[in-house]
Design a binder for this molecule. Structure first.
Ligand SMILES: [Zn+2]
Length: 235
């Protein structure tokens, strides 16, 4: 009995320890991921998760086109299959596409076999829609455990997390997002934003679209250059 309780406490402690490193975006404990370059660099990489989303992705593409900025989109295979024309436009306008799994499970709780299925279905959906085979990977919720990134790397996918998070999925205004971005930006960061919602197609991301417009204008004025994740990796 006592042994069982002790074992339960040990398991709980291990789970807590694992939990911290499973969700911290910059933690390198469960394998290396790209989060940016030296702080102070005059480069920023905008990344957008959980699309394509017919309510927001195309308005966002219009903003990026107007500013001649290229971004990186981590797409859900399920939504790519539902909205291939939007995925094609993203590729046609020379943005970079990454694999964000098929339907956004928390990978902490997913077997390697299911992870491989998630990755393969998404690679196939993106390739079928765009002709592009991604080489970047980002886990849903930033969740991972030992081995998750190794599986992704076995498909030639480099894990990408972030250093700037703007809580844009719960923003009540574009200013809410811009304030958080400005507090965290030092230069050299991968910035996490969302053009979609993993729970449903059609989510309103108009605050994110407007914040993108304002942030690009502000940081270009300050002498920053917006680059894709692969361009930042080369810097
Ligand atoms: Zn996501």
């Amino acid at each position: 009995m006592l042994g069982a309780i002790t074992a339960a406490i040990a398991t709980a402690a291990a789970a807590t320890f694992a939990g911290v490193h499973s969700m911290v975006p910059t933690s390198q404990l469960y394998g290396a991921s790209f989060v940016g370059i030296a702080p102070g660099s005059r480069k920023l990489a905008l990344t957008y998760d959980d699309g394509p989303n017919d309510a927001a992705t195309e308005p966002l593409l219009d903003v990026l086109l107007r500013h001649q900025v290229k971004a990186t989109f981590f797409m859900l295979g399920r939504y790519v299959a539902e909205r291939p024309a939007i995925a094609r436009r993203i590729a046609a306008e020379a943005h970079v596409i990454g694999n964000h799994t098929f339907d956004h499970p928390n990978l902490i709780f997913v077997t390697n076999a299911e992870l491989r299925r998630q990755i393969e279905r998404t690679q196939r959906a993106i390739h079928d829609a765009t002709g592009v085979l991604p080489n970047l990977f980002r886990p849903g919720f930033g969740g991972r455990r030992p081995g998750t990134f190794a599986v992704a790397q076995s498909y030639g996918l480099t894990p990408v997390m972030w250093r700037v998070i703007c809580n844009d999925w719960k923003a009540t205004s574009s200013e809410f997002i811009e304030r958080r971005a400005e507090r965290a930006i030092r230069g050299g960061e991968v910035i996490l934003l969302h053009d979609g919602d993993h729970l449903r197609m059609g989510a309103d991301r108009s605050h994110t679209v407007k914040a993108t417009d304002n942030l690009i204008r502000r940081y270009k004025d300050l002498g920053y250059e917006f680059v894709t994740v692969p361009e930042m990796m080369k810097a």
